[in-house]
Design a protein around this ligand. Sequence first.
Ligand SMILES: Nc1ncnc2c1ncn2[C@@H]1O[C@H](COP(=O)(O)OP(=O)(O)OP(=O)(O)O)[C@@H](O)[C@H]1O
Ligand SMILES: [Mg+2]
Length: 236
Amino acid sequence: MTTATTTAPPVLHLAGISHTYSGQRRRTTVLRDVEYTFERGTFYTILGPSGSGKTTLLSLASGLDTPTRGSIAFNGQDLSHLGLGRYRNKHAATIFQQYNLLTYMTALQNVTTAMEITGAKPATGSRKARALQLLGDIGLDKAMATRNVMQLSGGQQQRVAIARALACDVDILFADEPTGNLDEGTAQGIIDTFSDLAHQQDKCVVVVTHSQRLAAQSDRVLNLRKGKLTEQANTP
Ligand SMILES: Nc1ncnc2c1ncn2[C@@H]1O[C@H](COP(=O)(O)OP(=O)(O)OP(=O)(O)O)[C@@H](O)[C@H]1O
Ligand SMILES: [Mg+2]
């Protein structure tokens, strides 16, 4: 007699993902048969030359777009069954390369609005208090938090985008070059936050970067090149 063992499905599985952009004149195949399993409690970085398809891969994995071929499963459930909107709302947060902040709002409103939309409720206190705490943690005080985001510097806007993603209590956090506009000290603080989210809160954190220094601090380093995603051999 065999004993049935139940193991939880991985938090995210990419099964044979290919993606082609169809323009008027030509088609560009960016991803070719990408197969990878992301686990909880792990901090991943993805490296690759400009134009190799890193943002494309994140947009598929975060449910913003659907692959031309292949499928994506969250907790063992196909995203097309779960629903992309539900997946993006409840399970995955993304820090975009271009921030995508609501430009008519303050930093604080950007964070609290995302919490309202996703239904994220802090364990204690109000959404506003939690948002101010998150913004404060990454160096944006109350005076900055209540300023319109267009009156903030690029690096400050980037930090608002990070606080907004952290405010939503999700299973997977995707970030597209999140430290590109930050000084070394601030960048290190963000990297430590990502690491804590994975290791203390059992989240899956996936960060696209050009920084070898950031990659060296992650648990698993992936390379995207010529449409293929491979794991660096020297990662544990
Ligand atoms: N909407 C689109 N339509 C057509 N082609 C696109 C589209 N988006 C991206 N591409 C092309 O797909 C390829 C991969 O783009 P992507 O933005 O994913 O690269 P990346 O690795 O994120 O680059 P970078 O490091 O510069 O941000 C590029 O050749 C790009 O021109
Ligand atoms: Mg990109």
